[in-house]
Structure formats: C-alpha cells, structure tokens
Design a binder for this molecule. Structure first.
Ligand code: FES
Length: 77
C-alpha cells in the first residue's frame, strides 16, 4: 500500500507538453500585456499552453485536484 502512495507522488504532472525541453519556462513582461487580464496554465493540460483554456476544470473534476491558472493583471496607469 505504501509503495502505491509513493509512486503516485512521483508521477510527472506534465503529460505531454514540450517534452523535448529539459525544463519548460515561459517569461512574460507584465508591462507589455495587451489585455487587462491573462490566465496562464499551471495544470499542464491546456490546448493553448502556456495560456489557460479552462481544461483545469475537467482535470479537477476527474482527479479531485485543485489546480488553476496564474492570472496576470495589467497594471492600471
Ligand atoms: Fe491549465 Fe487552466 S487549463 S490552469
């Protein structure tokens, strides 16, 4: 029983996005955001990665997980 628990904790969260890269990193210059609010995926299931497309809702319902996007808000001038 313990072995199953340890193996589950060691599973990769990223099932398929940009797997040829050693580490997936995306940078955003916030002052250059064109929209007032942009959502970035943190569940690794978005069809528009790195942007959130709402796929985390299905993932959370299927797994009991609680992941959601990173929201970037354009600073008001
Ligand atoms: Fe991944 Fe929304 S689709 S956080």
């Amino acid at each position: 029983r313990r072995l199953v628990s340890v193996r589950a904790e060691a599973q990769a969260i990223n099932p398929e996005i940009r797997k040829s890269e050693e580490k997936v990193v995306d940078a955003v210059v916030v002052s250059e955001l064109s929209k007032p609010l942009t959502a970035y995926c943190r569940c690794w299931r978005s069809g528009t990665f790195p942007l959130c497309d709402g796929s985390h809702v299905k993932h959370n319902k299927a797994t009991g997980d609680n992941v959601g996007p990173l929201l970037l808000k354009k600073q008001k001038e």
